[in-house]
Design a binder for this molecule. Structure first.
Ligand code: ADP
Length: 316
């Protein structure tokens, strides 16, 4: 039915090599790494062998080129990624605190990523996509939201499907009408990929079983619950389910785990793989990605993920 598409921000990430707090003094930095939650998702989707495309904007600069080259190399259709002559590619500086939390300095609001528009290239791409993956970062960008709202019914009208990774960080919830927008997306989603308390936020109630049942009643057909180092579970409204323990890895950089999980999961399911196999690949994609510094440096091909699973122990 056509590729999986995602819409949103593309940026570079520059990471501090030491843990500490803030950026008030000179420190060792490494980067630029290609980044942006939708870009990480779609890169992993393509690496897994899924047909993948992205709608986005980069600047006419090296940071934009870093992203375009990576996405093209990994097989993403970049025909609807515009290159802005007037706005630079966004960036995010990240430093890990000793407690594992992160400090960010973002340069995104006034970057090329905020200039998303519905162009003839976007129109042509959406007209041939079979699946749309929506991520919570869309709530922070009026431009991305407008394109997403327009694309969903077009893709659904041709028999396509939709997945939703709530990705609801505190910063996102602060944006106007996020809760209403989120609820409207949940009602349209075929597949939901929540982590942390997002399952409860989506359902509007606590208790995993209750929340899942309530979401199935609202039309969601499949839910993949991400549990960080504890692995993941998948459930279908038909009653099928699968659970996957976490793989035991050394976490070097947690950024992008959920996005890689989603990219692999959606790719596998759309390639027709069974629930359990898809969950295993997704679990491995998330785990492998945290072992590498840089948001998408650990995204893996099918062969790389198979190799990684074969030599990595699981939690009991
Ligand atoms: P999100 O980034 O969306 O909050 P998670 O942190 O739950 O998502 O990570 C997504 C998936 O990646 C997990 O469900 C798990 O499969 C894998 N994963 C993430 N962190 C680890 C880890 N430290 N060890 C093993 N697997 C991990």
């Amino acid at each position: 039915l056509g590729p999986t598409v995602t819409i949103g921000e593309i940026l570079v990430e520059i990471v501090a090599r030491q843990t500490g707090t803030g950026f008030r003094e000179p420190i060792d930095l490494i980067g630029p790494f290609p980044s942006g939650a939708p870009a990480i998702f779609i890169d992993q989707c393509a690496r897994m062998g899924g047909a993948a495309a992205m709608v986005g904007v980069v600047g006419d600069d090296d940071f934009g080129a870093v992203n375009m080259e990576r996405l093209k190399r990994d097989g993403v259709d970049t025909s609807a990624i515009a290159v802005s002559a007037d706005y630079p590619t966004g960036s995010a500086f990240v430093r890990y605190r000793t407690d594992g939390s992160r400090d960010f300095v973002y340069n995104i609001a006034k970057s090329a990523a905020a200039r998303l528009e519905w162009t003839p290239h976007v129109e042509a791409l959406i007209a041939r996509c079979g699946h749309i993956h929506v991520m919570g970062t869309v709530f922070a960008s009026p431009a991305a939201w407008a394109i997403t709202e327009r694309a969903i019914p077009l893709i659904k009208a041709r028999g396509g499907t939709m997945s939703l990774d709530p990705n609801l960080r505190k910063e996102l919830l602060a944006h106007g009408q996020t809760e209403e927008k989120f609820a409207s997306l949940v009602d349209k989603a075929d597949l939901l990929l929540p982590s942390g308390n997002e399952l409860f936020l989506a359902a509007g109630m606590d208790g995993e079983e209750r929340a899942i049942e309530a979401l199935f009643k609202r039309g969601v057909k499949e839910i993949a619950v991400k549990r960080g180092e504890h692995g993941a579970s998948a459930r279908q409204s038909t009653g099928a389910s699968a659970d996957c323990p976490g793989l035991i890895v050394e976490e070097t950089d947690p950024t992008g785990a959920g996005d890689c999980f989603g990219g692999a999961y959606v790719a596998c399911r759309r390639l027709g793989m069974p629930l359990r196999t898809s969950l295993e690949f997704a679990n491995a994609a998330g785990a492998r990605n945290v072992t590498r510094l840089g948001p998408m440096e650990g995204a893996g091909t099918r062969a790389e993920l198979e190799d990684f699973m074969a030599r990595t122990a699981r939690r009991s």
